[in-house]
Design a protein around this ligand. Structure first.
Ligand code: ZN
Length: 214
């Protein structure tokens, strides 16, 4: 993994170089294409999961509206977490090939990106950037694995993946690997997760939107 400094982000060397080339072209088009979230280690993903399972962090529906945590059973909570966040050990952000992006030039002072649908739909703060991304990311090897809803992860158009590496890494993730990681983890809802590892593998790991479907 390589630490890049301008702008600051962590990614595999080849991914970072491809991103910086894309960023240079975006800047020429008037967009300050900036990584918002890139490499996340296992512990960070576990903290996100446990905070969501315990109700400390909000759960959202497909439109980005906050769900009522109190009305959800534990299996429903897990389903809701998985719509927006990966199982620890199953996150593409652990690979160093994934970059969530924003347009810093479009942000008023003090603006905190939310990475929610309202920001990328027509009229949203990052919509112009996304029109540019539509036309340009494939030239640099990137695609959107969560471009539209296929029954697992909700659409996350801001999540870009570097195909030459990520299409190889995804093959290394197996139900057996996810089972082993989960068994050893201090993860909330462990038994419920273990019951549905196969479903998580099929619906949340392998059914991303492939480069050919973009
Ligand atoms: Zn992401």
């Amino acid at each position: 993994m390589t630490q890049f400094y301008e702008p600051r982000f962590t990614a595999q060397q080849e991914v970072g170089e491809a991103f910086l080339a894309m960023r240079a072209e975006a800047i020429r088009a008037g967009f300050d294409l900036t990584p918002f979230s890139t490499f996340r280690d296992y512990r960070t993903q576990l903290r996100i999961w446990n905070n969501k399972f315990s109700g400390k962090k909000a759960l959202y529906d497909i439109d980005g509206n906050v769900r009522d945590f109190c009305k959800l059973s534990p299996p429903e909570v897990i389903e809701c977490i998985l719509n927006w966040s990966a199982l620890p050990g199953g996150s593409r952000h652990q690979w160093g090939t994934e970059i969530d992006v924003v347009d810093t030039a479009a942000m008023p002072p003090g603006y905190e990106p939310k990475l929610l649908p309202e920001e990328v739909r027509p009229g949203g703060i990052f919509h112009p950037l996304h029109c540019w991304l539509d036309a340009n990311i494939s030239k640099f090897g990137f695609f959107r694995p969560y471009k539209f809803f296929k029954g697992g992860m909700y659409p996350e158009p801001w999540h870009l993946s570097y195909a030459p590496l990520s299409m190889q890494v995804v093959k290394l993730v197996t139900p057996e690997l996810l089972t082993r990681i989960t068994e050893e983890a201090e993860i909330l809802g462990k038994e419920l997760v273990l019951e549905r590892i196969h479903d998580i593998y099929v619906n949340h790991i392998t059914n991303f939107v492939s480069p050919d479907e973009q």
